[in-house]
Write a protein that binds this ligand. Structure first.
Ligand code: CAA
Length: 258
């Protein structure tokens, strides 16, 4: 397992766990940390022993956002030359399911990271916010785009303009969070859910993710054509043969991800 400075990784029954590990700074995300998160995700994406990636945070917060200390003295050209968000752009390209289990504070870049997850579980009492406006800036890693697509313009612009804290149950009502669980059960519930997805045929899971993501970007007709191609593609997998054969033979299928 690669040694990282700002995260910890482990594999637990086909679940690749990435734990943000900068708890003294509330897991605020510096550039190297984002690089490590991406590297770990890409490595799990290529690892045959991993079927689902689970993202969690150590300490009292999932993440309080981008590292303000690192950004405070930046200027426009240094950010452009650093290509500040290059790693962020790669995170949504991960093919395997990414489950986020968040707690405490999920602010700024932490919220943007959570919005990159396919399924989001939150501990009861978790607070979310885009406080960038209070720092004289705005989100830069997808916050204005992803939040608006998820909750619609009215709430998105209100939350982005005020930077106010949003409670987990409010976000659940708006379809951003899948489940709220008690803080002490968060990890257990996240592993249980991840295991359930890991038990499904991996190629079908992969093609569903790919198709659902296209639904966000494509007009309906083009999205339907895309979906159909993925549907046809799955008929060249062994798992499709196994799944349908097992149904006919009234037994449990054994999926290999081939
Ligand atoms: N960057 C750097 N350090 C941070 C940080 C951040 N985003 N958030 C917290 N920390 C540090 C604090 O400076 C503090 O360090 P010290 O102990 O050395 O003083 C430590 O973490 C603990 O934080 P607090 O004492 O503030 O903890 P708290 O419980 O009183 O408050 C909080 C928690 C309300 C989340 C508060 O820390 C806070 O408001 N943090 C900043 C949140 C923020 O503005 N995030 C947006 C960043 S910009 C961004 O994300 C841009 C983007 O789109 C990519």
């Amino acid at each position: 397992m690669t040694a990282y400075k700002f995260i910890e990784t482990s594999v637990d029954q086909q679940i690749g766990v990435i734990e943000l590990n900068r708890p003294k700074q509330l897991n605020s995300l510096n550039r190297n940390m984002v690089g490590e998160i991406l590297e770990a995700m890409q490595s799990f994406d290529r690892n045959d022993e991993v079927r689902v990636i689970l993202l969690v945070g150590k300490g009292k917060a999932f993440s309080a956002g981008a590292d303000i200390d690192e950004m405070a003295e930046a200027d426009s050209m240094s950010l452009e030359l650093l290509n500040q968000f290059a790693d962020w752009d790669q995170i949504p390209l991960i093919k395997k399911p990414v489950i986020g289990a968040v707690h405490g504070f999920v602010f700024g870049g932490g919220f943007e990271l959570a919005l990159c997850c396919d399924v989001l579980l939150a501990a009861d009492g978790t607070e979310f916010s885009f406080p960038e406006v209070t720092l004289g800036v705005m989100p830069g890693a997808g916050g204005t785009q992803r939040l608006t697509k998820l909750v619609g313009r009215a709430k998105a612009i209100e939350w982005l303009w005020t930077g106010e804290r949003i409670q987990a149950n409010e976000l659940q009502k708006h379809g951003v969070i899948n489940r709220i669980v008690s803080p002490e059960l968060l990890r257990e519930e996240a592993l249980r859910f991840s295991n359930k997805i890991a038990s499904m045929p991996p190629l079908a899971i992969r093609m569903i993710k790919d198709s659902v993501n296209k639904a966000v970007d494509y007009p309906l007709y083009e999205g339907m054509q895309y979906e159909r191609k993925n549907f046809y593609l799955l008929f060249s997998s062994e798992d499709q043969k196994e799944g349908m054969k097992a149904f006919v033979e009234k037994r449990k299928p054994v999926y290999k991800g081939k």
